[in-house]
Design a protein around this ligand. Structure first.
Ligand SMILES: *[C@@H]1O[C@H](CO)[C@@H](O)[C@H](O)[C@H]1NC(C)=O
Length: 443
């Protein structure tokens, strides 16, 4: 059971076809490379961070379902976060088999807080990177990590496995400068924070710029995340905070279109414990919510779908891959989200409010995806309806939160084109300080 938790604590610790391969950014090419391209020309790929540590119970059909949903959103593959769990290899086999039949790409992201045995790492690399679903750049298997600077000697792992890697570890910007073993780096700085503490600020691109500069032309994989809330008590891991995420999903994708990084990794597909999942809920298999069912993520995840956020991602992923500076919308849709309690509510909870909760705004949010301009009406509980003139394309709107039913509507030329209410109300009574988001769509 211990190991079961390990893959869950990751963020806590930080502050086509068979031979599918892409060309590396130009500056990583040696003179002998067969393909020579500009960094900006390299195919942009989007992955989602997948916690293998919580899916001990997954069968082939579960993998197939997640892969279908991710593909439908334009996600190219999963970054498979693995720890030293006994079932790691069993699940990797299921994943690589499921991905192979769906033209979906996979790479392994070694969770270096958990898996550190060089022999096991080497064996995993040997076994899985030769599989058809393995994502490769310049013929080299792409391999990433969660932290782990200096934990293992990657050159020896390349020797012992006999596999030359395209290594894109999650080392810090000040650790990668001039490192000759890496082909790129991945940042975990997806939320506004200082020394991993919540701050009252939106996400900026300062950390991306630090990476890009330290990488000096090597590949940069940028993180994108919709939210971060975790609520384990002081008695378990002292893990109880929210990073300010009110505008994050929209603003961060806008930043990605400007930055045009070589790769994007969405954090995450299924880390329920930190509320940054965009994959489906598992009402029939709450074991994936990890932890003691009475105190674990089941408390803040149950009935809190995030699926609608994938629709926003899809439009941005298409734009990112096309090098566009704004997404193209082909179908009207409102993706809304809100917390289900005002921040000042007192709950009958033995765990206090998450650190950083004061920074949250008592708003409800709507991301409009419109083919042509219209009028958005947000009616939050008993508050007066708020109306906005909304342009075509994607934009983000908010209205003050009111207790009760949340309704979102779009009018055009005097007619209501879209209208719908969240299946979960905002309430001022509660048993848990749940600062997770409820996400819904109207289309
Ligand atoms: C974040 O950005 C939104 C939209 O521009 C703005 O309304 C809000 O005040 C910002 N939040 C902070 C903490 O600066």
């Amino acid at each position: 059971m211990k190991l079961f938790f390990i893959a869950q604590i990751t963020a806590f610790l930080l502050a086509i076809g068979l031979d599918f391969t892409i060309a590396a950014p130009a500056s990583t090419h040696k003179a002998s490379s067969k393909v020579s391209k500009d960094a900006s020309d390299s195919p942009k790929m989007v992955f989602a961070h997948f916690m293998v540590g919580i899916v001990a119970s997954y069968q082939a059909a579960d993998w197939a379902n997640d892969i279908s949903l991710a593909s439908a959103s334009g996600i190219d593959g999963f970054a498979l976060n693995i720890g030293a769990d006994s079932y790691t290899e069993t699940q990797l086999t299921l994943a690589y088999n499921a991905a192979a039949s769906k033209n979906f790409k996979l790479f392994i992201s070694f969770d270096m807080t958990s898996i550190t045995d060089p022999t096991r790492i080497s064996n995993i690399i040997k076994t899985y990177t030769s599989q058809s679903a393995q994502f490769k750049v310049d013929g080299k298997p792409f391999v990433s990590t969660f932290v782990g600077y200096g934990t293992v000697d990657w050159s020896s792992i390349e020797s012992s496995s006999g596999v030359q890697l395209y290594l894109v570890p999650n080392w810090q910007a000040n650790q990668i400068q001039g490192d000759s073993t890496i082909s790129g780096a991945f940042s975990w700085i997806a939320w506004p924070s200082t020394n991993n503490q919540p701050i009252d600020s939106n996400m900026t691109t300062a950390s991306d710029e630090a990476y890009i500069s330290a990488l000096a032309g090597k590949a940069y994989m940028a993180p994108v995340s919709p939210w971060f809330f975790t609520h384990y008590g002081v008695n378990s891991w002292n893990k109880n905070w929210i990073f300010y995420s009110d505008y994050l999903w929209f603003q961060r994708w806008e930043q990605i279109l400007q930055l045009k990084p070589d790769f994007v990794e969405i954090i995450t597909w299924n880390d329920f414990s930190e509320s940054h999942y965009i994959g489906p809920l598992h009402p029939d298999n709450p074991s994936v919510y990890a932890g003691d069912p009475n105190t674990g993520a089941v408390e803040w995840v149950t009935g809190m779908p995030h699926d609608g956020w994938r629709d926003v991602a899809k439009a941005y992923i298409t734009a990112y891959k096309n090098g566009a500076s704004s997404p193209t919308v082909t179908k009207d849709e409102i993706v809304y989200y809100y917390r289900t309690i005002p921040k000042g509510t007192t709950c009958s909870d033995s765990v206090p409010q998450p650190t950083g909760y004061q920074y949250d705004e008592d708003n409800v949010y709507a991301i409009t995806m419109l083919t042509s301009p219209g009028t958005l009406t947000i009616t939050s509980g008993s508050k007066a309806a708020v109306k906005y003139s909304v342009p075509a394309g994607i934009s983000l709107w908010s209205a003050p939160m009111g207790v009760g039913t949340q309704t979102f509507a779009l009018q055009r030329n005097g007619a209501t084109v879209l209208s719908g209410s969240g299946s979960k109300q905002i309430s001022n009574t509660c048993t848990v300080y749940n600062f997770n988001a409820f996400v819904g769509t109207v289309m």
